[in-house]
Design a protein around this ligand. Sequence first.
Ligand code: NAD
Ligand code: GLY
Length: 367
Amino acid sequence: MKKIRIPLENRSYDIIIGTSILDGGNTEVEEVASLIKKRTCLIVTDTNVGRLYLDAVANAIRKSGAGSVVTCTFPAGEPSKCLDTVKWLYTRAVEARLDRKSLVIALGGGVVGDTAGFLAATFMRGIGYIQIPTSLVALVDSSVGGKTGVDLPEGKNLVGAFHQPLAVIADTGTLATLPDRELRCGLAEVVKYGVILDASFFAYLEANAARLADPAADVYPVIVNRCCEIKAEIVRADEFDHGTRALLNYGHTFGHALETLSGYGRFTHGEAIAIGMSMAAEVANRRTPCTTATELMSRQDALFEAIGLPTRVRGFSPQEILVAMQTDKKNEGGRIRLILASQLGAAGIADDVPETMIIDAVGARCD
Ligand code: NAD
Ligand code: GLY
């Protein structure tokens, strides 16, 4: 077991990382028992994860001395990350008589974590919650840092709140049941950390690319630890996303546009982000033509190919992708803000890229 602290004054918490937390041992769950004792706990999960882990988690929480345990399961998938689901959860929370001391437990991938986190951020003006991430995206990114929210038909994550969890219980053993496609998608966010901030981690992923298809490979505890360390450092430095935290959005302005245009059904989040990172590399090569930018793009493409992630998109014009990018909430004063890296491990924010250059770069990845 390993602990990574997120030091945020009275909002500080631990990420507890282990390999068999949810299979009956539960020693790490006991670590957070003091948070749970005597409280009403509302466990939120989705249909896929609930089938696999809800009983074990509910039992562990009961054993930890919760006052009562109520469960809510919604249909798996990005379309559930919406205000209708939150409204349904509010009703369930009232019916279950949650009070301001009650806890929400988010058990699942990023969709469950973001939605249940938003419930906790807003119900009775904010109650506590614990993240139990079960997808690779959630283990390395979405469960940490307190960004909660839902999508609107008009755009991804357009409604939300910052609300830090009280703890994150990260069991890398849950990767064993994750579908192959979802494991690959999580690797898009993993590669992102290497590109933006840690060239040697990127090289580690390249050296171990052949083992990444095996969720039981011993690379995964290393990957989850390193990504959580990087995320902890970024969140510590910029909790409310005024500066360096934006680097975590590398590829996301393009990726979110693709998710919005496709109605949240065609791509997984990770696939859209992999294509978005490929488009970002094309922009960087036009804005700062140099050997390091070219090397970054070809190594990033090669790593995505080895993992089995897409780097191109079919069926959209560069112009419509640009229009969808204009609703991104990171834009300022009508200008598109992009995260660009002209060398591995060193990304920055750019808000002065001409639209013609964006269209040209996006077009290079559209079929
Ligand atoms: P997801 O939650 O939809 O999970 C992907 C699929 O895997 C779902 O079908 C889910 O039921 C299933 N699943 C999850 N864990 C499983 C397991 N252990 N075994 C079997 N099936 C399992 O999607 P995701 O990729 O986890 O997360 C994507 C979402 O996260 C997006 O909405 C994205 O915007 C958000 N996100 C948020 C942040 C943040 O900082 N809050 C960061 C990154 C991504
Ligand atoms: N995943 C983006 C962030 O946490 O800021």
